[in-house]
Write a protein that binds this ligand. Sequence first.
Ligand SMILES: Cc1ncc(COP(=O)(O)O)c(C=O)c1O
Length: 466
Amino acid sequence: MTTTPQYVTEFGADALGNAARDHLWMHFTRHSGYYEGGHVPVIVRGEGPYIWDDRGKRYFDGLAGLFVVQIGHGRRELAQASARQAEELAFFPLWSYAHPRAIELAERLAGYAPGDLNRVFFTTGGGEAVESAWKLAKQYFKLTGKPTKHKVISRSVAYHGTPQGALSITGIPSAKIPFEPLVPGGRKVPNTNFYRAPLEFRQDEKAFGLWAADRIAEAIEFEGPDSVAAVFLEPVQNSGGCFPPPPGYLERVREICDQYDVLFVADETICAFGRIGDMFAMNRFGVTPDILTCAKGLTSGYAPLGAMIVSDRLFEPYKHGSNSFLHGYTWGGHPVAAAVALANLDIFEREGINEHVVANEGAFRRTLEKLSDLPIVGDIRGAGFFYGIELVKDKATRETFNDDECERLLRGFLSKALFDNGLYCRADDRGDPVVQLAPPLICGQAEFDEMEQILRATLTEAWSVL
Ligand SMILES: Cc1ncc(COP(=O)(O)O)c(C=O)c1O
């Protein structure tokens, strides 16, 4: 569907794209292509699961923006919640003062969170929430008589954000190398990519999960339990292409953390708010962490907001004397963002968004699994409305692409071809090459079919251009 927007008729088709090329610094972006004839994709409008570019072309939003727009684009109710709050109280900080929306939202999030995670510290996004969690872990142990506990353990290829602490926790060497030296004390352990499990575990997911969890215990022992403060992991790891936890894995991580008095931080920046069919994925998996970090879907992207939610035990030292968590953000818990989050959660409840994901996740999986007949599709994995499709050169041996092939396949062809064919999603090679899919949570069979058809046509073409 193509309609010509007014600014195109007034200023010419490339006016916005050219201004972007000349003045806007896009994130994690190679800008060279835009100086070599490429056009900056400019997205101007959204409605439901669709977005439109500055030339009036429509695309299916197969990534919910960036794992964010859970309830779909163009929801007037959230725009109105935002306007109402801006009129009533546009801004006030949470530095020693409170405002009604932050209070209401904190109480509500505590109600959704597992176990006794009752204390909510607001940030503006996921990286800040992760950063806050590491700082809290360090200070908590200093306040409770274990001042040497400061290191963190996280998993290979995992992404946890860009602040220097969060980047230390991140397990993607290429994202870290330009900024070394980072915060010391970040140790990496294997992730739960069952498709790439050591050969002896390929037939037994549970045994693989226990092996992977035990690598955490091994790392704690190696570093010295007195030096390790926390383990950070996503319930379903995004980077690398959707690694769900094998059966028993999260339970074993919980046991290990208890055994060594190490905090279990579940980074739910992506997994929370319906992505896995519950407000928090850890509820669905039945394991209670000590700290939970979240952002993205909390507002469905209608305002920036993140949060760190912590257990009563971790807040205890801050109830007494002169102790305070010496940390904060001007915009953390912004009244407009908090009002939008509350309205977003109202929609979750009213429209049964989590129930919809649970009822439709099987259909989503089955539809994507149709692609497994393609020679380039090695593995299709994920949970809820959160999937990765791993691409391989040889299905039988699981041989992956080398760096040059990845460059040609993902950057040279796939990302652009998928978009040109009307599907916004992500071809990613931070681990083995994958296509990542996380559509808005309002999608059903018709939208799953649309994604499958575009993927089928584009992946078939990709194989032929290799
Ligand atoms: C698991 C995880 N943690 C942290 C972050 C960083 O979040 P933000 O970009 O909001 O800082 C992300 C972003 O995608 C993420 O996926």
